[in-house]
Design a protein around this ligand. Structure first.
Ligand code: C2E
Ligand code: MG
Ligand code: MG
Length: 695
């Protein structure tokens, strides 16, 4: 068999010349053959290797258990291919090798040995290692970046994603890399939006920067600023690099600032800034559609008093309730804004004209008057409304709101709780009342208040019983103003309490002085409006004024109006009782005009009724008035009250009053209101002549 021999020789030559180590070993690991490639690779000559256990030749053959495992698999007929092994040699070197083991059969087909071909891949492995290190380093870097860093292909598949991406998607990095964006998004409906941006970046080849809201798995939303840049892959395929930075905190701050500027903190209603925007928008619409825009300025009547008596928390809660009430009375498209304090402005965005807008206002007026249940109190407040209409009363938001404000002022001065529409006349009047409002705040401090005095004398003997203090304002430009010109404004602006304090101090010290100088021992009477009577520390203030002037309390009379009686027994009666306890006398002013309940009159310890001047005017020519005056006097006497007639101007009136038993008289006929000095003189001369009245 020379051919067979030749073939074997060829094989042997090939084995010998191979660069790979080619060896054979028995199934229990004894070396049978060892080519020159093995000698070169391991640095061990064949003569030393053949016949030895192979694992003895190396410091570490690459895990002896795995080597016996490999041999076992070969013994079972398997070819174990291309396994990579780290092998440490006895000379200190470490090799990375790739091995293939295959069974060697004898002539009977039995597996008797293993052929092992080993290739040195140490150089290759070093490159791999370096690459792996580089990848690891890259990963470290991108995972450390707090921003989301990712590379996607044109299909939206993630090729690279850092840890921040994985965390945002609530996945692991391994889950994200290789997955499609569409399969990872917490809200799949967002996918279309992202896809469109990706396509645009890839198609344009340009970087895009945008802010975007991302909805997370948890259901909350986060804001990102994203930079998307086109890249090309190693074989030219289009890729997209995205870097998204979380800007949620900044966005929240922006939103907070926006809310601060546009929404009122107390009521949550739009502020002036937002209102002006909306009015401007409504005007633009109305111009196009030839429609009107209504602006209603709404100010709550005497709100300050509620704040002062029930506290700011209740005041705030009431403002919220008022805002909500107004909204329920309006259409969805209308705006209720709060300008501050108790001022609201309502935008009627689309009205056909004045009567349409008036109708809405009437509804508002009615609805807003209904009681509010607030923090355990049932509170009634009335609104004063001013209406202005585009295009008639203003061409832009600011002037329209200003006109509505002017109309509201008019509503205030025509008795509150009503609606006024803007007119030129209102415009002029409001301008002057605005100016008055600014000046009145300073009137007390600038010492511009004055008291005038008017006596009340007994109808029979003509003794001076009471001197009434009447307030005047010496206005720097307008001269001496009567109470009707400024008191309602003083109440609205909230300076009435300071004025009241001034009047009390001044009146008490004047009375004390008259008494000290022996001029008069008459009582001094001080007027209080209903609003003033609701002041919590009023009795305290009165007793302070008495103390400061050292005036005996019995020398002070307080005039209150009938409306106080109408308020029923509660706080009003406490107030009157407290006054009585102080020793002060109490008179009901303008009696007969206020429909007061007689039962209240009997319940309260009142001293005196002042019969209103309008009835006195009618004496001698109106039977009705005569009947009323006689009735009041009789009723008062039955209740042990004294009576005084106001506004007495004629001798005829004096006669009637005296005849019907009216105790005292006051009016121009006896003496008009005079300033302090003039009243001094009048009182002095009165004392010296001790005269009655001509009758
Ligand atoms: P009142 O308390 O009823 O005062 C009487 C008013 O009638 C005074 O008007 C007085 O000048 C006027 N009068 C007096 N005699 C006659 C007369 O013979 N004929 C006519 N036609 N009128 C006469 P005045 O001073 O303008 O005060 C108006 C109201 O202002 C007062 O009415 C009172 O309610 C209020 N008032 C005055 N001073 C004060 C004050 O210090 N505080 C408060 N809260 N109200 C005051
Ligand atoms: Mg009076
Ligand atoms: Mg009066």
């Amino acid at each position: 068999m020379p051919e067979e021999l030749a073939r074997l020789r060829t094989i042997a030559a090939m084995v010998e010349s191979s660069d790979d180590a080619i060896i054979s070993k028995t199934l229990d690991g004894k070396v049978l053959s060892w080519n020159s490639g093995a000698e070169r690779l391991y640095g061990i000559p064949g003569a030393r290797a053949i016949g030895r256990q192979i694992d003895r030749l190396f410091a570490d053959a690459g895990g002896s258990s795995s080597m016996s495992d490999r041999l076992r698999r070969v013994a079972e007929g398997e070819t174990v291919r291309d396994i990579e092994i780290e092998r440490r040699l006895r000379d200190g070197r470490t090799l990375y090798v790739r091995e293939t083991l295959s069974p060697i059969l004898d002539a009977y087909g039995r597996i008797v040995a293993a052929a092992v071909i080993t290739r040195d891949i140490t150089a290759h492995a070093a490159v791999e290692l370096a690459l792996a290190r580089e990848r690891w380093f890259m990963r470290q870097v991108i995972d450390t970046v707090p921003s989301l860093v990712y590379v996607r292909d044109a299909n939206g598949r993630f090729l690279i994603a850092n840890r921040a991406v994985a965390e945002t998607m609530a996945r692991t990095v391994d889950e994200v890399e290789g997955a499609l964006l569409a399969d990872l998004l917490p809200c799949p409906e967002d996918h279309e939006r992202y896809r469109r941006v990706d396509e645009e970046v890839l198609a344009s080849g340009r970087t895009m920067v945008f802010d975007d809201e991302f909805r997370t798995h948890g259901g909350d939303s986060r804001w990102f600023q994203t930079v998307k840049t086109p890249l090309s892959g190693d074989n030219g395929q289009p890729l997209l690099l995205g870097v998204s930075t979380d800007i949620t905190a900044r966005k929240k701050l922006e939103q907070h600032n926006h809310a601060l500027a546009n929404f009122d903190q107390v009521t949550g209603l739009p502020t002036r800034a937002l209102l002006e925007d909306r009015v401007a928008g409504a005007i633009a619409m109305a111009r196009r559609n030839s429609r009107c825009v209504g602006v209603v300025f709404c100010d709550l009547d005497r709100f300050k008093r509620i704040n002062d008596t029930l506290g700011h928390a209740t005041g705030d809660a009431l403002l919220r309730a008022v805002g909500e009430r107004a909204r329920t009375l309006l259409r969805e498209s209308d705006t209720v804004a709060r300008l501050g304090g108790d001022e609201f402005v309502i935008l009627l965005s689309d009205v056909t004209g004045t009567s349409d807008a008036r109708q809405v206002c009437t509804k508002l007026l009615k609805g807003m008057k209904m009681p509010y249940e607030v923090m355990g109190h049932s509170i009634t407040v009335t609104p004063s409304l001013g209406l202005a209409l585009y295009p008639f009363d203003g061409a832009d938001a600011v002037s329209l709101i200003r006109s509505a404000d002017a109309a509201m002022y008019q509503a205030k001065s025509s008795g509150r709780a009503n609606l006024q529409c803007f007119s030129n006349e209102i415009d002029a009047r409001t301008k002057s009342s605005h100016a008055l409002g600014c000046a009145i705040e300073k009137a007390v401090d600038r010492d511009e208040l004055r008291l005038h005095y008017q006596p009340q004398i007994s109808s029979r003997a003509g003794h001076v019983r009471v001197v009434e203090a009447l307030l005047r304002w010496q206005h720097p430009e307008q001269g001496l103003l009567l109470p009707a010109a400024f008191l309602p404004l003083a109440e609205d602006i909230g300076v009435i309490d300071a004025m009241g304090d001034w009047v009390l101090e001044q009146a008490c010290s004047q009375a004390a002085e008259w008494s000290r100088r022996g001029i008069s021992n008459a009582r001094i009477s001080v007027n209080l409006s209903t609003l003033q009577c609701t002041r919590a520390d009023l009795v305290e203030r009165i007793s302070q004024a008495l103390g400061n002037s050292r005036l005996d309390p019995s020398r002070l009379e307080i005039e209150v109006t009938e409306t106080l009686l109408l308020r029923g027994a509660g706080p009003a009666s406490a107030f009157v009782h407290d006054l009585k306890a102080l020793g002060v006398t109490v008179a009901i002013d303008d009696f007969g005009t206020g429909y007061s309940s007689l039962s209240n009159l009997t319940r309260l310890p009142i001293d005196r009724l002042k019969i209103d001047g309008t009835f006195v005017q009618g004496l001698g020519n109106r039977d009705d008035d005569e009947a009323v005056v006689t009735g009041i006097v009789q009723m008062a006497h039955a209740l042990q009250l004294t009576t005084v007639a106001e506004g007495v101007e004629t001798v005829q009136q004096v006669r009637f009053l005296r005849d019907c038993g009216c105790d005292d008289l006051q009016g121009y006929l006896i003496c008009p209101p005079l300033n302090g000095d003039a009243m001094n003189d009048w009182l002095s001369s009165r004392q010296s002549t001790a005269s009655g009245i001509a009758a």
